[in-house]
Ligand binder design. Sequence first.
Ligand code: GLN
Length: 476
Amino acid sequence: MAELFSLTGHDLLRRIERGEVASSSILDSVFARIDRVDTKVNAVVKVNRQQSDIAPKTGRLAGIPVLVKDNICVKGEETTCSSRILEGFRPPYDATVVKKLKDEGALLIGKANMDEFAFGSSCETSCYGPTRNPWDLERIPGGSSGGSAAAVAADETIMALGSDTGGSIRQPAALCGVVGLKPTYGRVSRYGLIAFASSLDQIGPITKDVEDAALLLGVIAGYDEMDSTSVDVPVPDYTRSLQKDVKGLRIGVPREYFVKGIDPEVEEAVRRGIEVLKELGAKVSEIHLPHTEYAVSTYYIIGPAEASSNLARFDGVQYGYRDKDADNIIDMYVRTRSKGFGAEAKRRILLGTYCLSSGYYDAYYLKALKVRTKIKEDFDEAFRSCDCIITPTSPTPAFKIGEKTGDPLSMYLSDVYTIPANLAGLPAISVPCGFSSEGLPIGLQIMAKPFDEETIFRVAYTFEQATDWHKRKPML
Ligand code: GLN
């Protein structure tokens, strides 16, 4: 029989139900796997070995290990966003998603590595050191939820949660050959997610296949009075959308996503993926999203602006690290922030503060908000003639560790294809659709209308059932 750590959540749930395996054996298997491979991958920053007794024996995820990104609060567990400035911070409460997981019997096995405060596309800015891509340890796993995606790919957990502000669930999922879903803005409560950019952030599943993503989203989704941006619409049973059927479904393929900068192997894999759906009866047509070229610049005004405001609270007084050598309070703020934040966090704070300062606010921030509306309108228009939009997830497969650290701009371009969905608030998934000639995974992105995760699951499931890409495992 296959090792338990290598199985999916839905498979394990069936085995538990039939009495074939006990959740304690699943936990043992996963912990042994972490002990064996995480010295190489560095995806898991904290392991919680003593929690088997607190979980109820019933629930939709009873007995299933879940790893959460280190920016999601777990009561009493150190939560740092992989930043020195939050060293020693133990939240006094659970994030809503964590509470929901516990209520459904999931086992929270620990915290996943990430880019500091989720700033990045490579998982290299973590205070715990970089996570490595399980498919090639010299390469990055993507980011910022690189720890979550690498851990799922390396079978160090059964499922994981990530967060996505500009692509941080989908891009690492693509680069690690797993499934990653950013839900509609407002679908999942952000209460207890340490904020990066509050108008863009969403928590979502990173899993081994589409069925697990549907299962996990069903558990974490829903209105929460603790998050005023969560939306009160009913949560469907997403597992019902897992049908093998795309007959008559209208797929839009935006011309603007297949331009200069895309790796030819990525383009080929994605186009082949679209062909698979066409052969199964989907109707494919070219569409236009004319403001696509402004998405990255718009995001790098709005994202840092909101981040600079959200990060103002980390000043050595209430949370985490405090510099002890200062003579007065101003000096304490300055020294704490200078030592506590890494280079990329400082860059974002400077950029954001600049864009929001009087005199520049109208020229940059307000302008960016207007362009954001244009980008949203592009999608509204496109969805008049199609049910979903398919694009690559990332313009290239995983790059080498260190390759882009000296060039922030080229790093920022890793998210050209994922950022528009955040700006428009749309749901989007990345599913494996091939491998490069160097053996690196490639992901295909499916976007749909707000709150239409069901169409995404239907298309993603049909594609997955017709292909084998998600079944491959890295050699570790
Ligand atoms: N890579 C993007 C950034 O650096 C997106 C990060 C994210 O989604 N958290 O901001």
